[in-house]
Design a protein around this ligand. Structure first.
Ligand code: CMP
Length: 472
């Protein structure tokens, strides 16, 4: 729109100049013959300016048409700024030379440039760096080693960031501290550049160490499963966990994983380390640091997450366990196993088999069911709430996903411990069957999938719990 308006203004300017201003100027100057040439060149200056302006606008309009519209339409991506600039410069120079020759037909532009050696030297020296950048930019573009959006490491200072633009002078990088770094094309062309292309599966390595007493096979399994579940870790390639060295005080490991979005590798590395920590902790595996003694580390393996009395206290606050005596609570506490989960980790997956229930000791979890638009939370459970009882007591698959909302510590109670409790407290099965019936009803009301699950009356549930636990 702006171009059309500007072109109209310049064309009107030319019209006005040729029809009104030029005759007036000629008349008013009306020089004698010998001054005729001087007068001519004076009148030609505004003409040259106006025609050049028109040429400039025309080139801009043409470049917009070709690169913004056609290029994007035909190739699906925007033309590089460098290509646009070169195109505009070449076309404008050609047009300018044509216009100049037309207006000053007696002046030989070629001769002016070729004969003026001093002029050439001055221009050459002044533009040395600029031209260097320009040609380096062209050669970089010809190779197309990187494009906007790629992560690169460049320069002696190892500038790392996401490429924001590439023009005829420099590459503009946004670093992970949100700073802008400009690396001139000529410098970039001289240096080794490390590129992580945007549309490529780029990998990262994360290191950790475990005790020599920990089983490598178990470590590989536990860490791989924990890492593949983390956000931004690509599902296309399974992470690789391998021993990189048998060090002085530890088995040294590396985890190689691939990222969906490489530009977020700092966050993902951190998340992966966090997941490894939690996974090792849950599986009784131990990080090795030279500053820790082996004795201290082994203690951590055998000791439950929290003390027995604390667990008994927590269990006594769970409503369905209210009828239990202190001795029964203590027995139950000894039978529980503590686990810690990171925020976002899945504790229970819908459809899995399950033979234990959990009590939230610290933190919060969300009970989620699959919905059309993704997972939908049907309940949030916090300290003293329990979950996982449906599969444990009915023998059916897990009915929902349970995901940690924050760092969460849970107490796991297995089938054997519950059977023992049921035998001494027959009323417990009844109160649990009420909870299950309520939760089934809530699931049915909220989930698209739930209608496929069997819903039972509390009485029916009670009978099946009794059958399942072989109670009388
Ligand atoms: P389970 O089916 O073993 O595994 C998923 C668990 O989510 C389930 O047991 C219940 O403990 C819990 N759950 C399912 N629905 C609800 C609900 N509506 N409110 C609270 N917890 C629920």
């Amino acid at each position: 729109m702006f171009f059309i308006f500007a072109i109209v203004v310049v064309v009107s300017g030319l019209y006005v100049f040729y029809h009104w201003i030029e005759p007036i100027l000629r008349e008013s100057l009306n020089a004698p013959n010998d001054a005729q040439a001087a007068e001519d060149s004076l009148i030609k200056i505004p003409k040259l300016i106006l025609w050049s302006l028109l040429a400039f606008l025309g080139v801009r309009a043409l470049s917009t048409l070709i690169f913004d519209l056609l290029f994007r339409f035909r190739r699906g991506y925007e033309a590089p700024a460098l290509v646009r600039n070169i195109f505009s410069m070449v076309v404008f120079t050609v047009l300018f030379v044509l216009i100049f020759n037309r207006i000053y037909d007696k002046v030989d532009l070629g001769a002016v440039f070729t004969t003026s050696a001093i002029f050439g030297v001055i221009i050459g020296l002044a533009l040395q760096d600029t031209l260097g950048n320009f040609f380096a930019g062209i050669s970089l573009h010809a190779d197309r080693p990187f494009q906007v959006g790629d992560v690169i490491v460049v320069g002696q200072q190892k500038h790392t960031g996401v490429i924001e633009s590439i023009n005829w002078r420099a590459i503009k990088i946004r670093t992970f501290q949100n700073h802008i770094v400009l690396v001139s094309n000529s410098n970039a062309a001289k240096e080794a550049i490390e590129v992580a292309p945007r549309d490529n599966l780029n990998a990262r390595l994360v290191f950790f160490g475990t005790l020599y007493t920990d089983s490598p096979a178990k470590t590989i399994h536990v860490v791989r499963e924990a890492v593949r579940d983390a956000d931004n870790v690509s599902e296309k390639i399974t992470p690789i966990v391998r021993i990189r060295n048998l060090g002085d005080s530890s088995i040294e490991w590396e985890v190689k994983y691939w990222l969906d979005d490489y530009a977020k590798y700092n966050d993902t590395d951190a998340l992966v380390r966090q997941r490894i920590w939690y996974a090792l902790r849950r599986s009784g595996l131990t990080f090795a640091f030279p500053t820790r003694t082996l004795h201290l580390e082994r203690k951590a393996i055998t000791r439950p997450v929290t003390a027995e009395e604390q667990i008994a206290d927590r269990l006594s606050a769970v409503d369905v366990f209210a009828p239990l005596s202190s001795e029964e609570l203590r027995q139950l506490a000894t039978a529980t196993v503590g686990h810690v989960f990171a925020p976002g980790e899945t504790l229970i997956r819908a459809g899995d088999e399950g033979s234990s229930m959990f009590v939230v000791h610290n933190g919060r979890v969300a009970v989620q069911v699959a919905d059309k638009g993704g997972p939908r939370t049907v309940a949030v459970l916090s300290e003293g709430n329990f979950f996982g009882e449906m599969a444990l007591f009915t023998g059916e698959p897990r009915t929902a996903n349970v995901v940690a909302l924050e760092e969460t510590e849970v107490l796991e109670i297995g089938h054997a411990a519950m059977k023992h409790i049921f035998e001494t407290n027959p009323s417990l099965a009844e109160s649990i069957s009420w909870t299950i019936a309520e939760r089934q009803a809530a699931l049915e009301a909220g989930s698209a999938q739930a209608s496929q699950n069997s819903i039972q009356e509390p009485a029916g549930l009670l009978a099946s719990i009794r059958r399942f636990f072989s109670l009388r």
